[in-house]
Every structure is written in C-alpha cells, then in structure tokens.
Design a protein around this ligand. Structure first.
Ligand code: ATP
Ligand code: MG
Length: 563
C-alpha cells in the first residue's frame, strides 16, 4: 500500500502544455520521453525526471517513451539497461511497448548526416582533439575555422563513408556541423557530430565504428519518435540553439526542448559518475547500498515508490537551480510509513532485566496495538516473562536532569505490560561493567495502567528474552559529513567529505517473536527507534534489518522554526 498522493500542483511546463493544447499545436498530442544513458544506475534525481515526464503524459492523456540513450559504447552496459527498466517500473510507471534505443536510429542518423553534408552544412575534419580545443576559442574570444572546413561536398561524402567503413583510426577524424566559429555560444562553433570509435556496442555489436554525439543524436531521436515536449535539465539550455539548428537544417519534425532545474540534495552527491567511483573504490558495497540515493539503494533502504513520487511532487519543477534538504525526502518516507508500517518492539542494544517477583516458568501474552494511526491494522499478542531485554540507553546509573527513564529506585512503564521498579544493579566484579538489572513489577498494572492513578514519567520498550529473535540491524547516516558536497579543501574531491560513520552495524539485536519469518523488503516501525526494513542479506537463521529513517522529524521542526 502506498501513501495517497497530494493533488498535483501546476508548474511552468504544465502551463506551456496547456497553452499548446489550447492552440492545437502538435494536433493536441502530448508525447514525452525519459532518456537515460545506460552508463550507471538511476538516482533520485532521475526519479524527479521520471515523475515529471511520465506524470505529464498521464495528466494530459499522452504518452511517455523510455529511451535508452546509448551512443557511448565504452561506458554502457546491459546491466545498466536492466536496472533502469526495473527502477522505472518500481517507481510506478509503464512505457508500454515504447522502449526505444538511440542505437536503433544509427542508420537514420547516418543518412541525415549525409543530407547535411550534401547541403554544405557538415564537413569531415582532420584536427585532433587538442587542435580542436585550440581552435574553439573561449567565452571571450571567437574560435578559428578549421582548415578542413572548405572541403568539397564530394570529398566530405567520400571521407564520411570511409569513416563508417572503418578505414581510419580512433580520433583521427570527426564529422562536424558547419555553423559559426565566431558564435557567442560555444556549442554553435562547428560542433562535432560523429567521432570514430572502434568499440563493441552492447546492442549493435561491431556494426558501427562511428558514433553520434549527444547533441546530434538527441534531437534526431526526439524527432523520429514524434516527441512533443523534450524536457531536459538546465545545463542544456545553451544547447537548445543547436537542437533547433539540426532539426531546422534537416527540415524534419521539430519537438520543443524545455529545460528545468535538476534535483540537488544536500549531504550527498548526485551523479552516476561519482556513484561509480564510490562503488568501484569500495566506499560503499554496491549501487544498491542503502546509503546511496540511487533508486536501488533507496529501495533496499525501505523507501516506497509512493514516498518518492510524493517527494517529486513536493519539490516541484522550477527554472532555477536549488538544493533540496535531505530531511524533506526523509519526511516523505516517514509520512508514508507512519500510516502503513506495523509497530513492533525491538531492542537494538540489549540490557538484561530480571523481574525478580515474576514466576520463573510463567509466560503471559499481552495485547499490543499494531498501528495507532490505523485501528484497522488490529492488535497482536506479545509474550512477557521473567527475563527481558531493554535498551541500554533506557537505563542510567546516574540519571542526569531531564532523564525520566529507568534508574535505581525509579518506576517506569513497560509498553503494553507492567510498571517496574529497578531494585538492584548487577555488575561484573572485575570490570565494573553493567551485566543486568533486577526489577520488581506491580501485577496490578497489567496492560500498562495503574488502578490507583499512580503516574510514571516514561514508557520504555522491551522484548522477552526467552522469546526473542536474534537480528542484525544496520543504521545509516548521510554519505557526506558536510551539507555541500563541494565544500572540500583545494585539490581534494568530494570523497574527502565522506562520512566515515555512515554505517553502524549492530549484531546483537533482539526482536519480538511476531517478526519471525519476516520477508525481505517488509517494513515496520521499531517502537521509539524508527522505521526498518528487512534486507536481502537475511537468512533463515538471522534476520537483517536496515533502518530506513529515524522517528525524529528534522524537516517539520526546521519549518516551524522558519528555517
Ligand atoms: P548523471 O550526471 O547523474 O550521470 P545524467 O544527466 O548524465 O546524470 P542521464 O542518463 O543523461 O543522466 O539522464 C536521464 C534524464 O534524467 C535526463 O533527461 C536528465 O536531464 C535527467 N536527470 C539526470 N539527473 C537529474 C537530476 N539531478 N534532476 C533531475 N533530472 C535529472
Ligand atoms: Mg548524461
């Protein structure tokens, strides 16, 4: 079950589409696409783009294609294609039979390039990469025309065909658009359309040894698919004139490119390239490490698709870059799980408690509420017996001011059970280490209420030792120490900002028996501790849980303070 979603507010892209529908542009079609490059796993930034593109298609009765933008064979892999499919489906969107690949259009792209050569709008250039850079000029200086710019159409056609046939080594020649070396927009200074790359492609194999560049491939792919609104992130704003130039010169169907601000989150990086480094260098355990804001990481961590869609809706779509507080993402998952996750009791750092006046051989079954937010989720029975575990942190030998939980001589409530008083503290004689507490219980307080109206200041959770299930629990913190990933010393990169304590593993946790056999991926709230989810590392003998998020709502707090 996922959270009900908030009604979708408007944004500038929706306004553009509404206007287009009003004027009858595109014959009232709305057709978008989500165009990832299969060179890594998708992250929460992509989720924003997925929700936007598929969401617009849904809202306006249109369609959205999944297009794998596979024009760079050296970085792309089938593994990534498969993960992308899985992630888009998981978020809750369906591309029907419209799964396309830029590589499906290689032949058409080639033919279009030939047309541009014939029109005198493209030429084969023999400058190498360094020379090309030198000729390009800078933001303040115009570029210089390539000495190969005036080659005849015939020569260009011949060389381009021979490039395709594999006659030339990598990097020796390129096909370039002939636009304007003095343009104020560097993207328009005779940009490269094709490069030579003798590399196996994961779909076309050895068929091609020239590959189109992004700017050329993207607009042509959009045009072939009949995309109406080609939505991309802001860094492509300066590429839009080139997008338009190619399609105008080819005189083909011409989608409209619209740019929006990419999602940035604090306390993490947001780039496949950087995630790849974290994975390859062993800073995390894999693309689906629960600390990673990849979709597979978030899924493993316990995030729900509904929470992610809600998050995407909440952050909105703007034209200006900003950084979103990670706490807002956490707020969204907390909000979802608060409604849907059953409550259970679990002790993460156990301290043994012996109830000295409770019979040794007795076990009681006490009623516990599964979710106070949803009475429909019912109740369950939790066993209680003479030896229990409580959280180490819930006891203090010398309680500071404001600490109301258990201490010597003090009475507290055990959730759903009884009032207990701590009467003795047992320590290891040699080390002084705390071993166990001796407490007495008041049988009249069964269920957690005192008939004489006696109040206690704290309620703590517990697990019966004889009935406890053993578990490992993994607690996660932000990947980065500093909110701003670029806040590093000169000459260092984001990895110098990695949080060395982003993972804490607790191996001696005790769970109430209702969790026995919990399935991988199932979610619950450990009372007072947070929301948790069963990790695929779990085995028959030992459950492993990930903490999805704590109960502490730093987002709402910050909002109240007007931060
Ligand atoms: P990365 O820098 O992480 O590799 P990318 O932009 O190179 O990302 P693509 O596979 O090219 O990744 O992206 C697919 C789509 O997702 C593009 O339309 C892109 O604009 C969008 N996208 C990527 N990152 C973000 C982000 N942080 N916020 C919103 N949309 C994004
Ligand atoms: Mg990219």
């Amino acid at each position: 079950m996922s959270a009900p979603e908030t009604p979708a507010p408007s944004n500038f892209i929706k306004e553009i589409i509404k206007e287009d529908l009003k004027t009858g542009k595109n014959n009232n079609r709305v057709h978008t696409r989500f165009p990832p490059e299969p060179n890594g796993y998708l992250h929460i930034g992509h989720a924003k783009s997925i929700c936007l593109n598929f969401g617009l298609a849904k809202e306006f009765g249109g369609m959205c294609n999944l297009r794998l933008d596979d024009t760079n064979p050296t970085k792309e892999e089938v593994e990534y294609v498969e993960s992308i499919r899985e992630d888009v489906r998981w978020i809750g969107f369906d591309w029907g039979d419209r799964e396309y690949y830029a590589s499906d259009y290689f032949e058409q792209m080639y033919q279009y390039a030939v047309q541009l050569i014939k029109k005198g709008r493209a030429f084969v250039c023999d400058l190498n990469a360094d020379e090309m850079r030198a000729y390009r000029g800078t933001l303040t200086e115009p570029g210089k025309e390539s000495p190969f710019r005036s080659r005849s159409v015939e020569e260009n056609l011949d060389l381009f065909e021979r490039m395709r046939k594999g006659e030339f080594p990598d990097g020796s020649r390129t096909l370039r658009a002939k636009i304007d070396m003095s343009s104020g927009n560097i993207n328009m200074r005779d940009p490269v359309m094709y490069r030579i790359l003798h590399a196996e492609h994961h779909r076309t194999g050895g068929k091609w040894c020239i590959y189109p560049m992004y700017d050329y491939a993207h607009c042509v792919s959009d045009s072939i698919e009949g995309i109406t609104h080609s939505i991309c992130t802001l860094e492509f704003e300066d590429h839009r004139p080139l997008y338009d130039w190619f399609l105008d010169e080819l005189n083909v169907y011409h989608p409209q490119q619209i740019e929006f601000a990419r999602l940035n989150l604090n306390y993490t990086v947001m780039s496949k390239r950087k995630f790849l480094q974290l994975v390859n260098e062993g800073h995390v355990k894999g693309w689906d490490d629960p600390r990673m804001p990849t979709m597979s990481g978030l899924r493993r961590r316990g995030y729900t698709p509904g929470a992610i869609r809600n998050f995407a809706e909440r952050i909105g779509v703007a034209k200006r870059d900003s950084v979103v507080d990670f706490a807002l993402l956490e707020y969204c998952i907390r909000e979802d799980l608060n409604r849907t996750a059953p409550r259970v009791m679990a002790v993460l750092k156990p301290l043994k408690v012996v109830i000295t006046n409770y019979p040794e051989d007795k076990t009681e079954e006490l009623d516990a509420v599964n979710n106070p937010e949803d009475p429909g989720m019912g109740t369950r029975r939790v066993p209680f017996s003479r030896v229990l575990y409580i959280e180490k942190d819930d006891f203090r030998e010398a309680p500071p001011k404001g600490f109301f939980r258990l201490a010597l001589g003090r009475e507290v409530r055990l959730r759903y059970a009884y009032y207990i008083i701590c009467v003795n503290v047992i320590k290891d004689e040699k080390t002084g280490e705390l071993i166990e507490l001796h407490c007495t219980y008041d049988p009249a307080t069964r269920g957690g209420d005192s008939p004489d109206g006696r109040k206690v200041k704290a309620t703590i959770h517990w697990v019966s030792a004889a009935h406890a299930i053993e578990a490992e629990v993994r607690l996660y913190d932000y990947l980065l120490l500093k909110a701003d990933p670029d806040d590093v010393e000169e000459g260092k990169d984001f990895k110098s900002n990695l949080n060395p304590n982003s993972l804490e593993v607790l191996t001696d946790c005790k769970l109430e028996p209702s969790l026995s056999g919990a399935k991988t991926g199932s979610r619950c709230q450990f009372e007072r501790l947070g929301y948790f989810c069963v990790d695929p590392d779990s085995s028959k003998d030992k459950l492993v849980f990930n903490r999805t998020v704590t109960l502490k709502d730093t987002w709402a707090k910050a909002q109240k303070k007007g931060k």
